[in-house]
Ligand binder design. Structure first.
Ligand code: NAP
Length: 478
């Protein structure tokens, strides 16, 4: 950037992988100077890398180190603990920056739409994942617990874990595999994770012996990646059980397997399991294909999942055959995908659960909005692996830079305007120094009981760890 050239101020809403990859794409381009503010409602960055990736998947979680480096770059700043929609409206934010990029993900769950879905013991995978990853929304502070009554999501999950022998996981995507692994692994096998102390204490009481995974279509139509699927067969003291008849391919399934390499590799893994006799291991994972849940029943809490056998009709739709069965279970985890929600004031298509856009340019009231862009799950839906967000962010940032060149986006504001707006509201964002203090506190807590780190799950713990005692002490000095 030449001296005196005013940087474009871009605010990114969401400090998960999609938002941070957008910050990376902005900071890597050299066409125009930019000043990037990455805002998140949570006190800590990293989104689903911290609160979604399974804690036993160390290499995927280590992507955090790369994301952290981006947030440390000059020209990029993290604004944690700032909620757009309550601390600031979207219009207030747009009033002090040159462009915004929505990267706030898809935070809620899809519903099954069957009877018994809301019984105690039926839980959405996003909530269960948030519980074992130590998300502060699911681990509320004590004062908030008192206000809401004793049955928090975390306490419900803890009770369920301690009383479940048989669990049903609905859906055959990677999240279902994560959930199944966490349910079936012994607590010792999970010790080498950073799960919060409360969560580990609950998992230590785990009584699960059987996990049933339901696929409403056949084995050729799973959404698993093969590495993650294969991992289930490598768990000590766990048998993976599949009825070989479920793996027989009909014409359409055969066509899928012939065209899709991942489907073919997954079939090979599952055929290997089906061919191996069970070893008599104390815990089991059962796959049930061509099986959809039609109801969940129980007296006040889940006791059984009722299922129907399915087939695919000539138009490719799943149809029930009328052949029913039931699986006794005390826990049902509905792992049928995430869903986007609307951020107040932001354009949203309720039918798709996404922000309407073209190549990342947001469409507001039927026209391109001059200063709004979108990336990640809230742009394309909850699909793909973490790396998918990188190319997605590049597309969005390419659109933004092109619009800057065309003069559609102008450098009018400075980052100080955002800081002044926040300070005027008595909002004090947590930056990367605060994150480093939280990071150090989590490592110290973990090492104090022989673990690599321990997640601080409660917001109050995060805020206490984020406090800068040195500068507080300096400020208090006369
Ligand atoms: P997903 O991959 O979209 O899988 C959702 C599953 O739910 C599908 O099997 C789908 O079956 C099934 N389903 C949907 N509605 C259903 C219904 N009403 N009844 C029964 N089954 C239903 O979603 P996800 O597992 O939540 O994963 C989200 C994204 O995160 C994916 O892109 C995933 O790869 C990624 N992820 C990756 C990793 C990793 O790489 N290790 C880990 C976790 C998540 P149909 O196909 O029949 O619709």
């Amino acid at each position: 950037m030449s001296a005196g050239e005013r940087p474009f101020v871009v605010a990114i809403i969401g400090a998960g992988p999609s938002g941070i990859y957008a910050a990376e794409a902005l900071s890597q381009q050299t066409d125009v100077p930019v000043s990037v503010a990455v805002l998140d409602r949570l006190p800590v960055p990293f989104g689903l890398v911290r609160y979604g990736v399974a804690p036993d998947h160390h290499s995927i979680r280590s992507i955090r180190n790369t994301l952290e480096r981006t947030l440390e770059k000059s020209g990029v700043r993290f604004y944690g603990d700032v909620t757009i929609g309550s601390d600031l409206t979207i219009d207030e934010l747009r009033g002090v920056v040159d462009a915004v990029i929505y990267a706030y993900g898809a935070g809620t769950d899809r519903r099954l739409g069957i009877d018994g879905e809301d019984l105690f013991g039926s839980i959405a995978a996003p909530e269960f994942v948030a519980w074992y990853c130590g998300h502060p929304d699911v681990h509320p502070d004590i004062d908030r617990v008192a206000a809401r009554g004793p049955d928090t999501q975390a306490e419900r999950a803890a009770r369920l874990i301690a009383t479940t022998r048989s669990a049903v996981v609905v859906g055959v995507g990677n999240v279902a595999l994560d959930v199944a692994r966490v349910l079936i692994k012994s607590v010792d096998q999970l010790a080498d994770t950073d799960m919060a102390d409360d969560v580990m204490a609950s998992l230590a009481k785990k009584t699960v012996t059987d996990v049933h995974i339901l696929g409403r279509r056949g084995p050729a139509y799973t959404a698993f990646t093969t590495k993650e699927l294969r991992e289930l067969g490598q768990l000590p003291d766990v048998d993976v059980i599949i009825d070989p008849a479920d793996l027989e391919l009909d014409g359409s399934s055969r066509a899928v397997v012939e065209q899709d390499k991942v489907a073919a590799r997954n079939m090979a893994v599952m055929n290997g399991w089906a061919a191996a006799p069970p070893t008599g291991a104390p815990r089991r994972i059962h796959f049930h294909f061509w099986t959809r849940p039609i109801a969940i029943s129980g007296d006040g809490q889940v006791e059984a999942v009722h299922t129907e056998r399915t087939r695919i009709d000539s138009d490719g739709y799943v149809q029930g055959t009328g052949e029913t069965d039931s699986i006794p279970a005390q826990l049902v985890v509905r792992s049928v995908g995430y869903k986007g929600t609307q951020l107040p004031g932001v354009p949203f298509d309720a039918a798709t659960g996404r922000v309407p856009h073209s190549e990342g340019r947001v469409i507001r009231d039927g026209e391109f909005s001059a200063d709004e862009y979108v990336t990640g799950w809230i742009k394309r839906g909850p699909t793909g692996v973490i790396g998918t967000n990188k190319s997605d962010a590049v597309e969005t940032v390419t659109s933004l830079i092109a619009d800057i060149h065309d003069g559609a986006v102008q450098a009018v504001h400075s980052i100080e305007e955002l800081d002044e707006l926040l300070a005027g509201r008595d909002i004090h964002p947590l930056g990367m120094p605060a994150w480093h203090r939280i990071d150090a506190a989590e490592i110290e807590l973990g090492e104090s009981h022989g673990r690599r780190r321990t997640t601080l799950a409660h917001r109050s713990e995060l805020l206490a760890a984020a406090e800068d005692h040195d500068s507080d002490a300096a400020a208090a000095r006369p």
